[in-house]
Write a protein that binds this ligand. Structure first.
Ligand code: CIR
Length: 266
């Protein structure tokens, strides 16, 4: 069984961090409805959704992905690159403590979970405006004992590594080649986003289906043609806060001992 930890949309979302986007008004009712639709889609795909308590004064708390890196053996609580986001980690650490042994990224390291792409035992980690080399080195030290390899990847033009690449199938990655050198991801078939949809590369692969943003029909067609089964979700209001689909959950197996290879890709 897969678990998704999520966190409610904060009342202060309009004060979120923005790096590559201009601030636009956010329709809060719509943002909350879209977030509920995202959670519902996860449930529909067989995931148990557990909500971590909200924190209305932390604008970006809904983007829970950035607060931890979770593998079967351990959870590494991050130290987000944006100082405003660091208080988000405490509640997530508390929730994860019931599910995994906990490790921490500490100063001077910074790391956002959105920069970490787990492909089997290889973790590709974006060196970005949020994640520094000290954070990457600490992640490597925490995960090496379990046989994980951590590779640093330079990210340009977007917020996080996973703005530029995510897994779309057992052997497929969806990539914006303008933002990352996809040849680094050896052993995977690279599906490029449609050039008119640069932000379409962030998808959630779960139980063999791909949660995909409804806003990007041309890239959706490419994935469908490549044999991916899509479940569309509308996340357009959350996108105004520079959040994409992976950002809104932390996906993990209930326990390593009950691993089912059909849930998350190996
Ligand atoms: C931020 O800038 O930190 C938030 N407004 C958006 C975070 C999106 N998270 C993600 O891509 N993993």
């Amino acid at each position: 069984m897969l678990i998704a930890l999520t966190r409610p949309v904060s009342a202060s979302l309009a004060e979120c961090e923005l790096t590559h986007l201009a601030r636009e008004p956010i329709d809060m009712a719509r943002a909350r409805a879209q977030h509920a639709g995202y959670e519902e889609a996860l449930r529909e795909l067989g995931v148990e959704v557990i909500r971590v308590p909200g924190e209305p004064s932390l604008p970006d708390a809904v983007f829970i992905e950035d607060t931890a890196v979770v593998v079967d053996e351990v959870a590494v609580i991050t130290r987000p690159g944006a100082a405003s986001r660091r208080p988000e980690t405490a509640a997530v650490a508390e929730a994860l403590a019931a599910l995994r042994p906990i490790r921490h990224i500490i100063a001077p390291g910074t790391l956002d979970g959105g920069d970490v792409l787990v492909l089997d035992r290889d973790l590709y980690v974006g060196r970005s405006s949020r994640t520094n080399d000290a954070g990457i080195d600490q992640l490597r030290s925490h995960l090496a004992p379990y046989g994980y390899r951590v590779h640093a990847v330079t990210v340009t033009g977007c917020l996080h590594l996973k703005s530029a690449v995510t897994r779309a199938g057992p052997t497929q990655v969806l990539v914006n080649p303008e933002w990352i050198d996809a040849t680094l991801l050896t052993g995977f078939e690279v599906i490029p986003v449609d050039p008119s949809e640069p932000s379409a590369a962030n998808v959630v692969l779960v139980n063999g289906r791909v949660l995909f943003p409804a806003a990007y029909p041309k890239t959706a067609a490419r994935l469908t043609a490549a044999g991916c089964a899509l479940r569309l979700v509308d996340a357009s209001e959350l996108a105004k806060a520079e959040g994409a689909l992976t950002c809104c959950s932390l996906l993990l197996r209930r326990s390593a001992s009950t691993r089912d290879a059909t849930e998350l890709p190996e």
